[in-house]
Design a protein around this ligand. Structure first.
Ligand code: 4AD
Ligand code: MG
Length: 478
């Protein structure tokens, strides 16, 4: 008999059918005569209830049916008397595929702390919460490719090892085969990278944008979707040293087109989640409620599904950085000195400022544009005021910045001047400047932090819990 996945069984299984199901035991309860096993195979958040008549099986086998053990069960589907499921499986045969010693198996059917599960990240997929998160993560990755494919964008694989610093922030991980203890030195005592693998210093990329621009100025519209790496020492719930980014780059798009695309894209993904991941979302919504039940009413989050629908059904508010600073300075929060960081035109907005705008002031996602040029990257379109650049950051409730992007400076001279001002090695980036030398056009793009977006969709509170194996300062376990 062929194995049928539990998702399929629960959806279309009919009473009377003989089937085989395989999976891991989530819980076992029962009486002297009968066991009820909740079996899960990862295809759905829902478990298949397996009914085992104790009298028909060996004691040795029954003793091995513990949380975490893998079983193959064949039997007949019957209508379920219990609530929550239509059918259950009455076991004729139970085969123990892999035992799990209850004295040693860490994931027991009780509430574990998130910290404990992070330490056991290799097994946390077996919990309801993490299986839901990672099914949604998969669905969102799929929807991203689907969206861009439908719009005629080309998926471009940009390099992971690079010699350039796309953001010019110097937060890169060096890639080298030189001996750290005894590197070759030049005459003046510096490390001689000409003897390194690539013949020059190289790093893990912080962004695929610069190569993405090369693609966009030929293919028209491209996107990247890959891992990016930042050696920033930020131990927060929003930062990873290795995270995934989606970076569309479009020829002939100005800043307004860029904002329109970002908003449409985010809404498409949210709609896809609501249409395809409802079981998991409902589970996570309940989990969030549980988690927050001890918080005072005004500090609780909106219901997860309500929140997703809200973002889907409302226009994002668009305003300039300068307008945002005005709002912040005139806010009751500012007057009561509730912000930890200063508010002044020219500052880089902190997460507390972004979240004030989104959660307290507008109560809606916000796109901020035209930031001061000194806090943004060299490649952004220089505005006529000489002070600001055509940047756009999309700010989301609970997250703060979820997207960063801009129109790009397409004028060769202006770009080169800015690069020199910002000490970007112009000569080494000649290849990049060639796009401005030959057939330069208005173009734009943005980067969506994949894990920040998954945080939003799942309602999870820590970015370490939406990537399978988190890399953060002092932590590269598994
Ligand atoms: O704003 P950022 O730095 O923009 C860029 O890298 C541009 N090259 C994108 C582009 O225009 N093509 O990063 C983009 C997004 C942020 O908005 C944030 O969501 C996410 O990437 N991000 C991080 N996510 C997790 N951990 C980190 N350390 C992150 N740094 C940025
Ligand atoms: Mg940014």
């Amino acid at each position: 008999m062929k194995r049928i996945k539990i998702k399929e069984l629960l959806k279309s299984g009919k009473a009377g059918e003989s089937v085989v199901a395989k999976g891991w035991v989530r819980t076992k309860r029962g009486s002297k005569n009968v066991f009820f096993i909740a079996l899960n195979d990862g295809s759905t958040i829902n478990n298949l209830q397996v009914v085992v008549d104790v009298n028909n099986f060996e004691d040795a086998l029954l003793r091995e049916i513990n949380t975490g053990a893998a079983l193959s069960v064949s039997g007949k589907l019957v209508e379920s008397a219990g609530s929550g499921q239509n059918i259950e499986l009455v076991a004729d045969q139970v085969e123990l595929l892999g035992a799990a010693d209850p004295e040693k198996y860490p994931i027991q059917p009780k509430k574990h702390s998130m910290e404990f599960l992070r330490e056991n990240a290799h097994l946390r997929f077996r919990t309801n919460t993490f299986s839901a998160v990672f099914r949604i993560r998969h669905a969102m990755a799929f929807a991203i490719h689907k969206y861009f494919n439908e719009k005629g964008f080309n998926y471009l694989h940009t390099p992971i090892i690079t010699a350039s610093d796309a953001e010019g922030a110097g937060q890169m991980f060096r890639v080298t085969t030189l001996d750290a203890k005894n590197p070759p030195l030049t005459e003046d005592g510096a490390v001689d990278f000409s003897q390194d693998f690539f013949g020059k210093p190289t790093n893990l990329t912080v962004s695929g944008q610069l190569e993405g621009e090369l693609g966009a100025l030929a293919l028209g519209e491209i996107y990247t979707f890959g891992p990016t790496f930042r050696a920033e020492n930020s131990n927060t719930t929003r930062h990873l040293a290795e995270f995934w980014m989606i970076e569309p780059e479009m020829a002939f798009y100005d800043l307004k087109d860029n904002m329109d695309l970002a908003e449409e894209f985010l809404k498409y993904l949210i709609k896809y989640a609501l249409e395809n991941c409802m079981d998991d979302l409902q589970f996570l919504a309940k989990r969030l409620q549980e988690e927050e039940k001890d918080k005072p009413q005004d500090q609780r989050s909106m219901d997860l599904i309500e929140k997703l629908n809200f973002v889907l059904n409302n226009d994002f508010i668009r305003l300039t950085y300068t307008e945002a600073i005005d709002i912040l300075k005139n806010s009751p929060y500012y007057k009561k000195k509730k912000f930890q960081f200063p508010v002044e035109w020219g500052i880089d907005l902190q997460s507390e400022h972004e979240r004030y705008l989104v959660e307290k002031h507008f109560k809606c996602p916000v796109i901020l544009t035209n930031y001061p040029k000194d806090i943004k990257a060299f490649y952004m379109k220089q505005n006529d005021d000489g002070k600001t650049v055509g940047a756009m950051d999309v700010l989301f409730p609970q997250i703060g910045e979820i997207i960063g992007g801009s129109q790009r400076e397409e004028n060769l001279e202006k770009l080169e001047t800015r690069m020199r001002e910002m000490h970007i090695p112009v000569e080494e980036m000649d290849w990049y400047l060639d796009t401005r030398r030959f057939g330069s056009v208005v173009h734009s793009g943005f980067g969506l932090g994949f894990e920040r977006f998954i945080l939003f969709v799942t309602g999870m509170g820590n970015i370490r819990d939406v990537i399978p194996f988190a890399r953060t300062p002092k932590n590269a376990e598994f």
